[in-house]
Design a binder for this molecule. Sequence first.
Ligand code: MTE
Ligand code: MO
Length: 168
Amino acid sequence: MLHYGIVPTIERWELVVDGLVQRPLRLSWKDFLALEQVEDRSDFHCVTGWSGFDLSWRGVRLAHLTERAGLLPEAVAVMCHGQDGYETNLPLSMALQSDVLLVHTAEGQPLTDEHGGPVRVITPRLYAWKGAKWLCRLELLARDRPGFWERNGYSNTADPWRDDRYSS
Ligand SMILES: Nc1nc2c(c(=O)[nH]1)N[C@H]1C(S)=C(S)[C@@H](COP(=O)(O)O)O[C@H]1N2
Ligand SMILES: [Mo]
């Protein structure tokens, strides 16, 4: 686990979807909960070796948001921004998988502040640093750009099944 800075509140929560989209979105908490909600069970992998297996999640597919915003053909990656200034990048080939969710509920409980509430991203096929906590912005990019850990020695692809932790 790693994070710093202040933990945001639901009252001030807002999600922006911008960059290479046809219709930039700015969603309130109410708007977000009015979107199609999905439930999923998936694993959670930490780079330090810890893995939480088979957690139940509830939230919105990242792909659902990019559909609503309308991807421009030039978009190839998405930068996920946390309110603490954290950022982590995902190529669209990963980001648009149906198990990549913006979750607000884990194991039937609202996501705790510590774990990124009100809303974080989960990327079950990748290490947990690819899942931005306190999500506030999805920025669609024309070129993949490294996020915080990707600039600081972690691998850009982050596949736990290949033990792909560090950039070479
Ligand atoms: N906004 C934000 N998201 C973040 C981080 C962070 O520092 N800030 N740390 C990442 C890292 S390195 C990990 S391992 C996971 C930890 O998630 P957890 O605190 O729920 O275990 O969150 C990721 N998402
Ligand atoms: Mo981490």
